[in-house]
Design a protein around this ligand. Structure first.
Ligand SMILES: Cc1cn([C@H]2C[C@H](O)[C@@H](COP(=O)(O)OP(=O)(O)O[C@H]3O[C@@H](C)C(=O)[C@@H](O)[C@H]3O)O2)c(=O)[nH]c1=O
Length: 190
């Protein structure tokens, strides 16, 4: 497994090895043993899978607040998406900054997003599937969101001029980053 740091401490790009043969490939998409060997200690308890039909579907930016905060290990099952993490840890040197990377069926790349980050993505192919592991269960009362196009976060979604993304009603109505009283405090480390 290739592990790459990102400019946001704690957010990692992971690329598991694919063993190709005449049939196709085999890949361990998650191994607790490999994680432990790399000092990555996460107790994943829920796997999520969603399909977005239209190109330019945006889901996010979402997080769950403590005590139901979630670390997420995200990958693309089919198609192509651009995955984004936003640092919402108060006191973090990179507070409010975002990192994005393309996850696709082809590249097999994964993004590890710890608690303390908001998560979102945009699809770049029709019928794109995202699959992710989470370290806590769904807790709708703890859900938080930031508007996808918040000017203070200024994520470059690479949308063509004048093209509107497909959004849920909830995401279209999400609040401003400036109004967020983040429940996460930077611990001074990763
Ligand atoms: C997230 C979630 C949703 N649901 C239900 C609630 C609702 O009826 C339906 C769709 O929920 P949502 O609109 O919130 O789905 P979605 O917009 O895809 O939400 C997801 O977005 C990405 C970016 C994340 O990071 C996830 O943590 C999650 O917030 O699925 C669950 O049953 N369990 C879950 O864990």
């Amino acid at each position: 497994m290739l592990i790459e740091q990102t400019p946001l401490a704690g957010v990692l790009v992971l690329t598991p090895k694919r063993f190709g043969d005449a049939r196709g490939f085999f890949c361990e998409t998650f191994s607790a043993r490999s994680f432990a060997q790399n000092q990555l200690n996460f107790d994943f308890v829920q796997d999520n899978h969603s399909l977005s039909q239209a190109v330019g579907t945006i889901r996010g930016l979402h997080f769950q607040a403590p005590p139901h905060a979630q670390d997420k290990l995200v990958r693309c099952g089919r198609g192509r998406l651009w995955d984004v993490a936003v640092d919402i840890r108060k006191g973090s040197p990179t507070y409010g900054q975002w990192f994005g990377t393309e996850l696709s069926f082809e590249n097999g790349r994964q993004l590890l997003i710890p608690a303390g980050f908001a998560h979102g993505f945009i699809t770049r192919e029709p019928s794109t599937e995202i699959i992710y592991k989470c370290t806590d269960y769904y807790a709708p009362q703890s859900e938080g969101a930031i508007r996808w196009n918040d000017p203070d976060v200024a994520i470059d979604w690479a949308l063509a001029e004048g093209v509107e993304p497909a959004l849920s009603q909830k995401d279209a109505e999400a609040g401003r980053f400036a109004d967020l009283d983040s429940p996460f405090i930077w611990d001074g480390g990763s």
